[in-house]
Design a protein. Sequence first.
Length: 100
Amino acid sequence: MKQGGTFQLPHLSFAMARHAVVDLAQVLNTTPIKGVNRLSSTEFTWLQDMLAVSGLRLKEGTALEQKLAELRATYEPFVNAMADRVQVFPHLDPSSRYCR
């Protein structure tokens, strides 16, 4: 668990959470939905600004945004599929595909 003098708990936690998401998606028999970008560059910049206001400064530049996009791409297609599969509607629309 210790590598190069530093603990790798964030990496382990991420791997475990991603594994749980994939397993759950398989149990729900969903197909990953790719191509959904829930965090635009504008929203990423806003997020950086909000974190900076809170005292957490992230590295500047596109490398961090790209790394985050790569990490998100490993689990978000599964999360998107589960969200689509188990959506909760405030009211049931008879024409909805979920009511057939």
